[in-house]
Design a protein around this ligand. Sequence first.
Ligand code: NOJ
Length: 549
Amino acid sequence: MERNRWYKDKVFYQIWPRSFKDGNNDGMGDLYGVYEKLDYIKSLGCDGIWFSPLYPSPGVDCGYDISNYLDIAEEFGGMEAFKKVLQGAHERGMKVIMDLVVNHTSTEHEWFKKSRQRIEPYTDYYIWRPGKGNKLPNNWDSLFEGKAWKYDEVRKEYYMHLFAIEQADLNMDNPLVREEVKKILKFWLDMGVDGFREDVITFISKKEGLPNDYIMPASKGFFYFNHGPHLHEYLKEFQEDVFSKYDCMTLAEAPMVTPKVALKYIDENKSPVLDMMIQFKTQEADCLFTDFFHVKFNLRKLKRAYSSWQTKLDGKGWNMLYIENHDHPRMVSRYGSEKYRVESAKMLAVSYLFLKGTPFIYQGQEIGMTNWYPEDPSMYEDVQTRWQYNNVATKKSPEKRLQRLWHGSRDSSRTPVQWDNTKHAGFSEHEPWFYVNENYKEINVKDQENDKESVLNFYRKAIKVRKELSVVKDGNYKEYNKSSSKVYTYSREDSKQKLLVICSYYDKATKLNIPKGFDLKTGKLVLSNYDNSSLVLKPYETRVYVWEK
Ligand code: NOJ
């Protein structure tokens, strides 16, 4: 089927179901809640939804540990509620993409239960190895907890888990496993789903022989399981056997991917096997490899990342644009400022909404939700966070260790969405499954609906402007004042329009350096977060100017 690449015109909204909206008042977000809020999502200008996993799962990794790929969890309302949401979204002109998590399954999945008992054909569905004497099969690390191997008493062998112990890695080299993946894809696509976000899909092919790693990157084994030898081949197989037969899109999560490597998969001129990739570089301006290794925010690093992806994919591949998702702390608290919350949330919106690519907005980002600062480490829910607390930097004082979590934990983006200023932030009438951020009385959707100057209404306006300006879709990108550590300035230009985007990441006034060739007096200011036309930018000021040719 000829691909029409409809995703290039969309703005997506990401739903992390547990914390979006509880529709049946049992304390857990669900699809009834999503159904209630479809018009809200549409009102933002979003016309696509990415659902983090909705499938049955024991919940060790909040749904990324799947025990049945062909169903919807009862706690979210089951299949009936899903079909209603899917139809409701389509009726509103919104696409729906699911999360495909096939690097691993839950150890509660039937396949794993049978595999550990060597019941055919499941025996080789997972990566099983005997130990080496009393040693593990190799020295690779899990990205979540300890080493990448767990001994199974039933099978008397080790299985690989690159994430939590209860997330066993599938053996994608087994053709039967790839057939299962295709069955899952067809099942959802036939139901009408419009595509997939593919969870750590670049990890599915491990280096042959699973050798010990002596290179010692941040995590041992990383370069042996990321972009492994058969990755392209397997993605091509999924593409040819399934995706090519549907009008759908694929978005691949790709830790540490560079534009050059991404193009091996997404170059539109070279039979792509994926449509877009989720890069991590723009998440690393205040940390080293992981959010837990916090360093001072460095705007130049961020600008380099944006510009490199914008220019290197240009004319070849399509960018996926995001600033937040369920795996990172909130951006206002990181690259922005809690003191200048409203201003910086608006500036951060502009910083990426006018780049070339398909933007994704993560639930709560549109109202400028901030990080969560619990008093006690036991309040954290996330498996990775708990392991970090108990096993890393353990010699530091309890205060320092807790602060590490405040900076690094993804639980900050997983607190319930703040809908209003009533009890439990209007998320539920029941005690929620997870803590509500205490600032819900100041930061919530309802108040912002009634405030013309709110972050929420700014997002609506920014998305509208984005959609009205043809230059945003295809115009050339150029960055200015690259050496500035305070301001990010870029232009977009096509034969009809020229756009100038100015974003100050500085918490004080700073001089506006107008790039050569731009006369602000003749440009139309289409978006700004202050009433200011002077040559001094206010803290976190942003402006977008347009020139019609
Ligand atoms: C990436 C997902 O986004 C994250 O939430 C999850 O924990 C890991 N992959 C493992 O599935």
